[in-house]
Design a protein around this ligand. Sequence first.
Ligand code: ADP
Ligand code: 5GP
Length: 188
Amino acid sequence: MTGKLIIFSAPSGSGKTTIVRQLLSRLPQLEFSISATSRQPRGTEQNGVDYFFLSQEEFHERVSAGEFVEWEEVYNGTCYGTLRSEIERIWQKGNTIIFDVDVMGGINLKRIFGEQACSIFIMPPSIQELEKRLIGRATDAPEVIAKRVAKAEFELSKSTEFDHVVINDDLTVAVEQTHNIIQNFIKG
Ligand code: ADP
Ligand code: 5GP
């Protein structure tokens, strides 16, 4: 079973989750790949909806069992990964998969799936604005925000490895641009 996939990557706080949510409601053939993570749920997040929340031990057992297509220790001690079973589940329904993964995960998925994949990098207008959005989101402690901002510079340097770069300054414009990129990719 095979199909197409769309990869969204960006430094945390760029707005990719916001953009992906809007695209999912506009394009019914897209289905979100639910990642596994070893972090705790935050806010209203639910197991099996936002993520599969695993203990650190279970995450590594499943890595050893070869259940992940890709996984990364995105932040110190916190792992995230894409389960092979998610890809199979979505392609079996004939849907196109949409991924929200970190920058290295996005580059790896593109390397694995080649022309089957369309990779999109969501660029914040500036690092200052990124920090402002993370503070405004109010979901992370100040030290977590500091870690995410510190990583952003490296992540921005990887944007050229993606098929498309979309600047998320005005949200409506960014959604429109990504929507057009995806429609062209699905048609092609
Ligand atoms: P990410 O998934 O990349 O970490 P989010 O989608 O959670 O980012 O967005 C981070 C914060 O920035 C959220 O509070 C969101 O509402 C806000 N945001 C997203 N896009 C914009 C935008 N274009 N202008 C201003 N704020 C935005
Ligand atoms: P958050 O903790 O904010 O939900 O996510 C932190 C980071 O982990 C984000 O950049 C997100 O895209 C990334 N991430 C989520 N799922 C995966 C995954 O399956 N693989 C990889 N490599 N990164 C992921």
